[in-house]
Design a protein around this ligand. Structure first.
Ligand code: PLP
Length: 389
């Protein structure tokens, strides 16, 4: 294909240059504790608990993500997100391999529908790094890797038959772990459905494999071929958003900032979703640093999620009150567009529930006592008429 050629020509040569090749990064990802210690962190301690966690849940760490680690132990927010921990052996009665109840919400192969106007396509089960807090561990590392042409056809047929769904999230796994040709095929197939107006590409690779965002990929994301299968007319376009996943400011490496710049310069809006994780980012300074850096990089912080009830993640969860309390504090520190919404996906499904900071201290007759992010209190009067009622 012609647009793969210029990528090949532009690719630098030599050993150091190989690190900038995303396929090299994927190939060289460490998939065992022993390999990670032998080749990257000789001073890393490996306990029996870590070995048991490694047996239970898949592991992969890209050279890029490993390069962000400063101390190879669980006090490091990068290390703690990608290296199997003894904490993963803690079992909780509420842990579920499908904590969001996605499997009962499948309407076509790999297509989850929870809202009237939106659906999620699970494009594959491959990730560059396996996040320890992942809520789709039922998929990660499984061999039926990518959506087949037949499955894609069945999913787009369902979308054509259900035109009220106008917004399709492409998740997994991570669709951008697939080669350019498959990414293009999936985006073009979705964009060819006239009723699909928005495609959201959900990816962790901006943090774990920013080398993936080549000029060729950015071109594919910027212009899915809507008109190819006829529908929509010349003026109709499909908006593509990139929904990134960042949990710590240190994930915004120079390579990541360059990838973000390419996407945004190509007209692709980039939003970020963050998972609130104990010991990684569950303090106001960490979250402020992350959201401020994202905002400066033209990435809109969109959601801050309570961690889901997935197996092996109990040690990373926070009490439910932590998120709103942190958001209240951040409200006083950060610009409005730098503030995400704190949300929870209730166990078993039902869709996201927002938990806003509780600003109401007390409701009195004719007035409400409120508190701002700095803890100052204000009495706000109801209108005169409402008092009479
Ligand atoms: C999160 C989610 C969406 C998208 O929700 P938004 O609030 O629009 O971002 C859609 N479908 C499912 C099943 C989801 O979990």
């Amino acid at each position: 294909m012609t647009n793969l050629t210029d990528e090949k020509v532009a690719r630098p040569r030599g050993a150091a240059a190989a690190r900038t090749d995303w396929r090299w990064q994927l190939r060289r990802a460490w998939r065992s504790l022993d390999a990670l210690r032998a080749e990257r962190f000789p001073q890393m301690e490996i306990t029996d608990g870590m070995r048991e966690a490694e047996r239970r849940f898949p592991m992969a760490v890209t050279p890029h993500y490993a390069s962000l680690v400063r101390r190879p132990d669980f006090s490091d927010p990068i290390f703690a997100q990608c290296v199997p921990s003894p904490g993963e052996l803690v079992s909780a009665p509420w842990a579920s391999r499908d904590p969001l109840g996605e499997e009962p919400a499948l309407v076509a192969p790999r297509l989850i529908r929870r809202y009237p106007d939106r659906a999620v396509l699970l494009a594959d089960s491959i990730c560059a790094c396996y996040c320890r807090h992942c809520f789709r561990k039922r998929l990660s590392g499984s061999p039926d890797a990518a959506v087949s042409p037949d499955e894609l056809a069945a999913a787009t047929r369902w979308l054509r038959d259900n035109p009220e769904v106008s917004d399709v999230l492409v998740s997994g796994g991570d669709v951008l772990c697939l080669p350019d040709g498959r990414v293009r095929e999936i985006l073009d197939a979705l964009a060819a459905v006239p009723s699909v107006r928005v495609v959201r590409v959900c990816t962790r690779l901006l943090a774990t494999l920013p080398q993936r965002f080549t000029a060729a990929l950015v071109r594919i994301l910027a212009a899915p071929a809507r008109s190819r299968s006829g529908g929509g007319g010349a003026a109709a376009t499909t908006a593509v958003y990139v929904m990134a996943h960042f949990n710590h400011a240190r994930e915004l490496s120079p390579e990541t900032l360059e990838a973000v710049r390419r996407l945004v310069d190509a007209g692709i809006p980039v939003c970020s979703q963050t998972v609130l994780l104990r010991g990684v980012n569950d303090d106001a300074d960490s979250l402020e640093g992350l959201f401020r850096a994202l905002y400066h990089a033209r990435v809109r912080p969109y959601y801050l999620f309570q961690a889901d009830l997935a197996p092996g993640t109990e040690h990373l969860r926070t009490p439910l009150a932590t998120g709103p309390a942190l958001m209240r504090e951040l409200r006083a520190r950060l610009s409005g567009p730098a503030l995400p919404n704190f949300c929870l996906d209730p166990p078993g499904g039902g869709g996201k529930i927002e938990l806003a900071p509780d600003s109401v201290v007390e409701r009195r007759a004719g007035a409400t006592l409120l508190r701002n992010g700095r803890g100052e209190e204000f009495l706000y009067p109801d209108p005169v008429e409402a008092r009479d009622g």
